[in-house]
Design a protein around this ligand. Structure first.
Ligand code: FAD
Length: 648
């Protein structure tokens, strides 16, 4: 999961040189002019941006390096004042560290305005896709890892790349990216007219492009290089898609449920200039758990699940940081200390176990002494420290999400049922009155999701929980981090005199007796975090109850909602042969119906990532997750598993 940065030498202390590939990243004559000559100009970017009627222009680069091509593309986009969205997708196997990137851009002060933004937003060196919102109209998806793996699992749905920059190390030292396999993938993601350029004019590469539908030309290279490759995809001509057909689905969107998942979804759409009608059954003052901790769900093996939860955590943290720059959104990046055996009570996972899976940049291990030094508290054990974790004030974060005049808020408006007919979804009240008619619906009503005919088949598990506020012993120091032990204790907040929130119990039912029992359980559990076990006083200052909606595989439902009748029919062969190949076609899904629910105990991280995934699909953008992750979270998995096990 953690990637190795490149081992570098610096030529004339300016041009990075890869020791592994024995090759320089850029020309030592004039790297900026080289990038323009080889990539920006032959792909006709500026001209295509100003003349094309398409809503979005997608550039894909193989070999991101230090991001110079990206920075120059972004600068060109700004120079021409283009409001068309630029989506830049880049593959990179050995991304530079922050320090290496800083050293590189130091030599190009003229690019400072753009390179500083990139430097501030460079993700950690972890494999998978990292979405970086570079500016209002530029999105950068950095796919870290071997291009062969990343491109094989790349999820563009029916979108196509407009221009390719092929900028890996030379075919002699790095043959794997110039192969027929990669060229075939490039062609799959291209449409008639897609352009491509590369500094390399290697014969085998040009032949591979030709075999895969490109018209290939040699043109003069930059500086000492005699030739380079310029190509155009000339296969599969398709008439351009009807623009109104694409835009129709974003005309009107309804989100059902104003919990953190619904608010995040509404926010992600509004940010894309899409109007949203939000329907919430409760009154304006929603009862929510006041504080939610941001920490990753940890796994003992590397798996699609562990990757998804790690990326959710990283994405949510990066977004909270970003939105906090110029206003208070209720985010407190305090770091999280997780004591040994805290969150994985069923299987005891050692620090070494975690260290083998998760990179150092995500957490540090702590001995008991280190935990004590860091927290300045008498903690009973060592554990893990997540420097990018923290907590949010849920109400403030949701208010921030909804503070956009593109979002119409309808409180005390329970949606009883939804029905699809002739391209329109109708939302009904319990008295069968029409509440709204929209093109697209997002279901975000958590454990009530089974109330709708369309999502009734999705299995969920419901657990309630109590959190309590306690005052601490005056003699004890303040905790500055969120500390997770048997229970989680939050630093004190501006909630008047309430002290510390302790979360949480797991209950089958909410009742007066379970509420009383919970106080004791939370107090004792929180105090066991400390050696003297009397950190919090037995003086309760408030209590909160909430409900978690989990799923049997503990992965949320995020994505398009399948039509169970049609999907079951199309995939019926899985009942006879569980190992048979299958493909879930578009027809198996309800048109323009999405869900984000089942977030279990991790809603703060998964709902923010889920919102971005769904908004990307609705707005016809590349997805920030690969195919394996989309399949993992898509509710259609329930039907596939059910058929394979002959349960449906
Ligand atoms: C005690 C406790 C502590 C927790 N601590 C943490 C934590 O520290 N960190 C963390 O990440 N997660 C935590 N969680 C989990 C987290 O709260 C959930 O994952 C998250 O709230 C789920 O958000 P949601 O929007 O899916 O659901 P909800 O917050 O339940 O929101 C669903 C909304 O839909 C509305 N609704 C339902 N039906 C309809 C309808 N028909 N029409 C209109 N509206 C409807 C409901 O009124 C509700 O407002 C905790 C949970 C509990 C119970």
């Amino acid at each position: 999961m953690e990637l190795k940065p490149p081992e570098l030498e610096w030529l004339n202390s300016k041009i990075p040189f890869s020791k592994k590939y024995e090759d320089r990243y850029y020309s030592d004559e004039n790297p900026l002019e080289e990038c323009k000559h080889v990539y920006l100009n032959p792909n006709g970017l500026a001209n295509r941006w100003t003349t094309s009627t398409e809503k979005r222009f997608i550039v894909a680069e193989i070999g991101f390096g230090f991001g110079l091509n990206f920075i120059l593309t972004a600068a060109l986009h700004a120079e021409h004042g283009i409001d068309k969205q630029l989506h830049y997708i880049a593959f990179e196997k050995s991304p530079p560290t922050q320090k290496q990137a800083q050293q590189f851009f130091k030599n190009f002060p003229e690019l400072k305005t753009f390179s500083n933004v990139l430097l501030n937003k460079l993700p950690k060196l972890i494999s998978g896709c990292h979405r970086v919102k570079f500016s209002e109209n530029i999105t950068l998806d950095l796919h870290y890892g071997d291009v062969k793996d990343e491109i094989s699992d790349f999820d563009l749905r029916n979108l196509k790349i407009s221009a390719w920059f092929i900028d890996g190390f030379s075919p002699t030292t790095n043959p794997s990216i110039w192969t027929n396999f990669i060229c075939k993938k490039i062609s799959q993601f291209s449409r008639y007219g897609t352009t491509l350029s590369s500094y390399s004019a290697a014969g085998s590469f040009r032949r591979n492009l030709k075999t895969n539908g490109f018209e290939v030309k040699k043109s003069s290279g930059f500086g000492r290089k005699r030739h380079m490759t310029v190509a155009k995809f000339i296969a599969n001509y398709e008439a351009p898609r009807n623009k109104t057909e694409i835009e129709n689905t974003t005309d009107s969107v309804a989100v059902i449920g104003a919990g953190i998942a619904g608010c995040a979804a509404a926010f992600s759409l509004a940010k894309r200039n899409i109007s949203v009608q939000l329907f919430e059954s409760q009154e304006h003052d929603l009862t929510r758990i006041s504080l939610l901790a941001l920490r990753p769900r940890l796994f003992k093996d590397i798996s699609t699940e562990s990757e998804f939860f790690l990326h959710s955590y990283l994405y949510a943290g990066s977004q909270l940081d970003l939105h906090s720059i110029d206003r208070d959104i209720g985010w407190n990046k305090t770091g999280v200390i997780q004591l040994e055996r805290a969150l994985n009570k069923r299987t005891n996972i050692s620090q070494e176990n975690y260290r083998a899976i998760y990179p150092n940049s995500v957490f540090h291990t702590l001995t008991k002494k280190q935990a004590k030094d860091l927290s300045k508290l008498n903690l009973s054990r060592g554990g893990l420290y997540f420097p990018d974790g923290g907590f949010v004030k849920t109400g403030e974060l949701c208010s921030f999400y909804l503070d956009d005049n593109k979002i119409t808020k309808n409180y005390s408006s329970p949606v009883h049922s939804i029905e699809y007919s002739n391209g329109t979804w109708t939302l009904y009240s319990s008295s069968q009155n029409t509440i709204a008619q929209v093109k697209t619906v997002i279901i975000a009503n958590s454990h009530s999701l089974t109330q709708f005919n369309q999502t009734e088949f999705l299995p969920i598990s419901i657990t309630h929980g109590y959190s309590n506020w306690f005052q601490k012993d005056q003699k004890q120091d303040e905790p500055n981090q969120v500390i997770c032990g048997e229970k989680t204790i939050f630093p004190s907040t501006s909630f008047e005199g309430k002290g510390h929130l302790v979360a949480a119990t797991y209950e089958k039912f909410l009742s007066e007796s379970s509420k009383l029992k919970a106080v004791k359980e939370n107090l004792t559990g929180a105090n066991r975090i400390f050696t003297n076990q009397s950190f919090l006083l037995n003086r309760i200052k408030g209590s909160e109850a909430g409900t978690r909606c989990g799923t049997p595989d503990r992965v949320p439902y995020i994505g398009r909602v399948p039509n169970i009748a049609l999907a079951t029919k199309e995939l019926a062969h899985l009942r006879r042969n569980a190992k048979a190949k299958f493909n879930i076609t578009d027809q198996c899904f309800w048109p323009n119906l999405y869900i984000t629910a089942g977030h279990g105990s991790n809603g703060l991280s998964t709902s923010s990532f889920g919102a971005e995934i769904i908004a990307s699909i609705i707005n016809q953008e590349p997805s920030p997750v690969s195919k394996r992750h989309s399949n993992l979270i898509c509710p259609s998995r329930v039907i596939v598993k059910g058929l394979k096990k002959q349960r449906i």
